[in-house]
Design a protein around this ligand. Sequence first.
Ligand code: NAD
Length: 323
Amino acid sequence: MTKFALVCGAGGFIGNHLVRRLKTEGFWVRGVDLKFPEFGETEADDFVVGDLREQRVVDAVIDRRYDEVYQLAADMGGAGYIFTGEHDADIMHNSATINLGVVDRAHKRNIRRIFYSSSACMYPAYNQEDPDNPNCKESSAYPAAPDSEYGWEKLFSERLFLAYNRNHGMSNRVARYHNIFGPEGTWTGGKEKAPAAVCRKVAMAANNGEIEIWGDGNQTRSFLYIDECIEGTIRLTRSEFEGPVNVGSDEMVTINQLVEIVSDIAGKTLHKNHVPGPLGVRGRNSHNQLIEEKLGWRPTQSLRKGLEATYAWIETQVRRNAA
Ligand code: NAD
């Protein structure tokens, strides 16, 4: 029997990859987003261009029961978008409105389970001041003190989905994604994340040239390759565990190390020029004990392998843009 899935945010980076994966599994997939995917055609059977802040759009796409519903739509961006403070009201209003509308409509259509993508940005800033020793254990979330309104909204919405579990018999699933990267992600324009920004800068730099890095480059992060993000998402959705659980890599690197790996992949020697810029917390790394315990699975692919695929794709984009 055909299975039906709804992907909210299907025009985005992760949503587009998720649609592709569900299609390989034989699902009939409906996608909804403000826009079609930026790179390549969507593989969704039905794609609705619509604004999920509008209840009539939510009602129209959740017009039947689905076997799986993924809620990835959010107003988001890289450090250049989230941490300047200029978009705080939009980020909170837009994303919360989407989540409030989607979960309530699903409940009223007797849909039991929605996967919701929260973010590591909801972890308290005070646990992420030491770049060598950040604490992102799931149980460290409270007392809450995210460093951005984006993180506060994620925390609110994960509580919202779990409250529907407690009060309305739903069995929603909540993952906390940590820095997802890969081909077909935003790579320019201000909303791109560190791996894409570094790949672009390295691809554009001449050998023995210079590369600009925000801050001293000693801030630490981990980055999860898109295929493993999709795997974790699907495994959690189909599991008996509601979360919240980290879906991230625990291979922590400094931004300087990230630049060195990408330069090495590109075969370039580059001088690092440290400039002021929005930075976020000093350190962040996924803690993967809980996912291993509950799902018997954790991401294991090396950062370098994912960067090789991502660099190859971004280098092609850079060359195409220059032509
Ligand atoms: P993305 O920006 O590429 O995708 C989000 C999509 O939501 C976009 O295509 C956007 O157009 C759509 N959207 C925004 N407002 C909408 C609206 N009003 N109606 C309909 N669609 C709307 O981001 P992504 O990287 O694919 O992230 C997907 C989800 O994962 C988001 O909820 C994000 O917060 C979360 N997340 C991502 C990361 C990451 O590293 N990429 C990390 C943590 C959490």
